[in-house]
Ligand binder design. Structure first.
Ligand SMILES: NC(=O)c1ccc[n+]([C@@H]2O[C@H](COP(=O)([O-])OP(=O)(O)OC[C@H]3O[C@@H](n4cnc5c(N)ncnc54)[C@H](OP(=O)(O)O)[C@@H]3O)[C@@H](O)[C@H]2O)c1
Length: 434
């Protein structure tokens, strides 16, 4: 008789219900792969009577996810509640302490407590699977943690938040404002009623923190990430990018440089012909540069019940088959403390949009401030939106720089602001050249 692995699932929402469905539908195939039958025996959620589209009547019900995590009737615990602290943290900690491996899709939990939880897992000789926590259905964790073991990784970058990518794609394709696209995303269920976590870049940063650890063998440190969101992007930025041969994407980038590890999340101009520029709508992508294999780019659904559950089930199958992977790739004790490169030292090209008062000599003065700091300009375009009037208002001026450093650009723009030519704060996007 085949052996049985008993699974407890806490959280039966979008992802949890899809996991139950996939486990039921693929039961025979998963048993053959794992060498044991994967059987859900216990579940926990808040509302016992809610219709979840799957039959849970035969399963043991737990009001308290911690009690499920500790139950002697399960061998493996799946956390699909969400949230950095609260019941998710309590239940995952309890499961690991009682010697059970855990599968979770919770990036906030791992970005905040991943080091402690991975150490706890190692101490108890169990594992944590978190394929679903980064880029939903894309198997980026497995690629970094297992498939690229024979490489030194130099860079990981990606479009890691479907909500932001959807909003930026709609702005470009439909000519809608940021606010309109956000409202639309909320109506379609792509964005939360409080969208700050997504559009402010924090969700991307949590995922980037995990990718950085797996790529470079350093501890998880989300506080080292420079974060900017997409809230300030206007339609005129999107159109200017288009005319210059770029597309604006919210990227998470982690890179090993000679000055340390750079980790940043911000709107980025990428060439329209680049692979990442082709990733539109709610899709995600992860691009990895490694010394032996070169570049690998994976793209696909970064969210959604079925796609995310696909990654959860992959982890469950690995665990049932007996994987002994360290949660963070290397033992926690051997993860290095990273030397972090500050954003001020970032080097690259810049897109700068200035709203300049229409005064004689203003543009020339701005060019001078740039030249004083040896910032070379690839282009400088004064963009009039309509027929020129005698007493016209501020004029958008778009500057594209060659590679320079962040602190020089900031210094020059502070000086331009002090000169009194600007009507509003400059808009600055970094350019990523592939
Ligand atoms: N949705 C996605 O596309 C996606 C993609 C990638 C990662 N994730 C991650 O997956 C996790 C789950 O997301 P989701 O979208 O499935 O969330 P969700 O639809 O809001 O479901 C959350 C579930 O947790 C249950 N829950 C909440 N508080 C609880 C408590 N104190 N005790 C027991 N159960 C509790 C809820 O119970 P009730 O149903 O009874 O209210 C619900 O079933 C999160 O960490 C999220 O970041 C989601």
């Amino acid at each position: 008789m085949a052996q049985l692995i008993r699974i407890g699932i806490a959280g039966l929402g979008t992802v949890g219900a899809a996991v139950l469905r996939i486990l039921a539908e693929h039961s025979n195939q998963l048993e053959l792969r794992a060498g044991q039958k994967l059987v859900v025996t216990g579940v926990s959620a808040r509302n016992r009577t809610k219709d979840r589209g799957v039959d849970i009547s035969a399963l043991q019900w737990f009001d308290d996810p911690v009690a499920l995590a500790r139950s002697p009737d399960i061998d493996l615990f799946v956390e699909l509640i969400g949230g950095e602290n609260g019941p998710a943290l309590a239940a995952v900690t309890a499961a690991l302490q009682s010697g059970k491996s855990v599968v979770t899709a919770n990036k906030a939990l791992l970005a905040g407590h991943g080091m402690m939880l991975a150490a706890l897992a190692e101490a108890n000789n169990v594992c944590i699977g978190f394929e679903a926590a980064v880029a939903g259905g894309i198997p980026a964790i497995k690629v970094l943690r297992e498939a690229l073991a024979g490489n030194n990784i130099t860079r990981v970058s990606g479009i890691l938040n479907g909500t932001c990518n959807y909003i930026l794609s709609r702005m470009e394709n439909e000519g809608l404002s940021f606010a309109d696209c956000l409202r639309e995303a909320q109506k379609l269920g792509y964005a939360e009623s409080d969208p700050t976590f997504d559009i402010g870049g924090f969700d991307t940063a949590h995922k980037l923190a995990l990718l950085t650890t797996l790529a470079f063998g350093v501890g998880i440190d989300r506080d080292a990430i420079h974060i900017e969101g997409i809230e300030s992007i206007t339609l005129s930025d999107i159109r200017a990018a288009e005319e210059l041969g770029f597309r604006i994407k919210l990227l998470g980038v982690a890179e090993r440089t000679s000055r340390g590890i750079e980790q940043r999340v911000h709107p980025t101009m990428v060439a329209k012909s680049s692979t990442l520029a082709q990733v539109m709508g709610v899709l995600n992508a992860v691009s990895i540069d490694a010394d032996n294999v070169g570049r690998i780019t994976l793209s696909g659904p970064g969210a959604g019940g079925a796609a995310t559950a696909s990654s959860v089930v992959s982890d469950l199958t690995d665990l049932a088959a007996g994987t002994t992977q360290k949660p963070l790739g290397l033992p926690v004790a051997s993860l290095a403390t990273a030397v972090h490169m500050e954003m001020q030292r970032h080097e690259g090209g810049y897109y700068i949009r200035l709203n300049v008062q229409d005064r004689p000599g203003a543009v020339a003065a701005i060019a001078t401030r740039m030249a004083e700091r040896q910032i070379s300009m690839e282009s400088i375009v004064q963009r009039h939106s309509g027929p020129r009037l005698a007493a016209s208002g501020p004029v958008p001026v778009v500057l594209i720089t060659y590679a320079t450093s962040e602190n020089l650009v900031r210094e020059a723009l502070e000086q331009v602001e002090r000169d009194g030519f600007l009507d509003e704060k400059p808009q600055i996007f970094r350019i990523e050249r592939e």
